[in-house]
Write a protein that binds this ligand. Structure first.
Ligand code: FAD
Ligand code: A2P
Length: 370
């Protein structure tokens, strides 16, 4: 997957007029379809999402009400490709432990690297990814290619020193022609030990960044390790120490739909349960445990079934221009989510196939699947 800063910036510039037009069109569209007074009031300039993430928490945050930020400037200070494949940063493994409980399927690890000593320093923000070059060579004797991994830590790192990065990695294992095959990089990562040095590139990606608006609503759809960026968002929003360091006082509604095969496979579940207890008005945590729960048709419970269950509330949130939706994890979840959103939208008289691209153009629909 290639991320080019130039392409992103050029693409952003080209879409400025389109984005502005589509924003107003969408508001009018929703208003017409639902007759909602809420949509009318939130379509004022004050309601516009300030889609800018500042790397330095102490920097001024965004345009004042009535002066929407030009989209070309959004995320312009977010670092990209500080370390390239030819000159990667060598990070030292600080910890590598399983995130799974007894009885879970497969292997998923939380891995933290020390980034200190980088010149230039390797900095990132929530929602970005890094590249890993696994040690060793491929079958042709060439160095292994880079694999991307979503960053699971906030910019402050798990230890709040600002110079670590954490990943959430599932070991890829499959059978081919009766032979068990282990994925190259995911196996390398799950097997590394504290003290080992690993080649890191990046950071990359501006697709999954959080809006700066403290009153934004954030709907998250995650399957498996797709939770990685969401873990970073939720720490930024609800972790006590993060909040005190952040100068970012999240006051919106965050709603996590999390898909896992078994309860023992739920990742970072204790943290999320804590956030739910501490911030009951701001955080909703909805789980779909596919191999323990059944959907109404008697099949495996997936997050799209939870979307159908909660269609009304989800669409009420989407009517608010401060609402962003993030999808991360299995590529296969995209059609299912699309189908569920189509049905849910239809019941409200909305055409999802028109609304989704409009949300995308407004920078409110964020997808990273693999
Ligand atoms: P490889 O050795 O590269 O093997 C993968 C290849 O095996 C596939 O291309 C396919 O050809 C083949 N294959 C796979 N499954 C089967 C099958 N069932 N049958 C036959 N052939 C098969 N992963 C995470 O764990 N956590 C993350 O946070 C994460 N974030 C990502 C973010 C982005 C933006 C992207 C693009 C990917 C992300 N990934 C993440 C996936 C990660 O990059 C790797 O693709 C994954 O770890 C597998 O790499 P590998 O080297 O272990 O597998
Ligand atoms: P299942 O594997 O039971 O079919 P993990 O990465 O830990 O395996 O978790 C991925 C989760 O996403 C599992 O619960 C898996 O269910 C579920 N899943 C698999 N395919 C889809 C799909 N097409 N849409 C939504 N969820 C899916």
């Amino acid at each position: 997957m290639a991320y080019s800063q130039a392409v992103v910036v050029a693409g952003g510039l080209a879409h400025i007029p389109v984005a502005i037009g589509v924003f107003w069109l969408t508001q009018r569209f929703i208003l017409q379809q639902t007759g909602s007074k809420k949509a009318s009031s939130s379509s004022s300039p004050e309601g516009q999402v300030k889609a800018q993430t500042s790397l330095n928490d102490s920097e001024p945050k965004a345009a004042s009400p009535g002066q929407p930020q030009p989209r070309k400037k959004a995320h312009s200070d977010v670092p990209v490709n500080t370390y390239k494949p030819k000159t990667p940063f060598e990070g030292k493994v600080l910890e590598n432990y399983s995130l799974l409980k007894r009885g879970a399927i497969g292997r998923v690890n939380h891995i933290t690297f020390d980034l200190s000593g980088g010149n230039p320093p390797l900095k990132y923000v929530e929602g970005q990814s890094i590249g890993i070059i696994p040690a060793g060579e491929d079958a042709k004797g060439k160095p292994h290619k880079i694999r991307l991994y979503s960053i699971a830590s906030t910019r402050h790192g798990d230890n709040f020193t600002g110079n670590t990065v954490s990943l959430c990695v599932r070991q890829l294992q499959y059978e081919k022609d009766g032979k068990k095959i282990d994925g190259v990089c995911s196996t390398f990562l799950c097997n590394i030990s504290p003290g080992d040095k690993v080649k890191i590139t990046g950071p990359v990606g501006k697709e999954m960044l959080l809006p700066e608006d403290e009153e934004a609503n954030i709907i998250m759809f995650a399957t498996g390790t797709g939770i990685a960026p969401m873990r970073a968002y939720l720490r930024r929003m609800f972790d006590k120490k993060e909040r005190s360091k952040n100068n970012w006082n999240f006051r919106g509604k965050a709603w996590l739909f999390m898909g896992a095969p078994k309860t023992a496979n739920l990742l970072y579940d204790d943290d999320f349960e804590n956030y739910k207890s501490n911030f009951p008005d701001n955080f909703v945590y909805t789980k779909a445990i596919s191999r323990e729960q059944k959907n109404p048709q008697g099949g495996r419970m997936y997050i799209q079934d939870r979307v159908t269950e909660n269609a009304d509330e989800i669409f009420s949130l989407i009517e608010n221009p401060k609402t962003h939706i993030y999808l991360c994890g299995l590529k296969g979840m995209e059609p299912g989510i699309d189908e569920a959103m189509t049905k849910a939208a239809l019941s409200k008289g909305i055409n999802w196939s028109e609304l989704r691209p409009a949300l995308k153009k407004e920078g409110r629909w964020h997808v990273e699947t693999y």
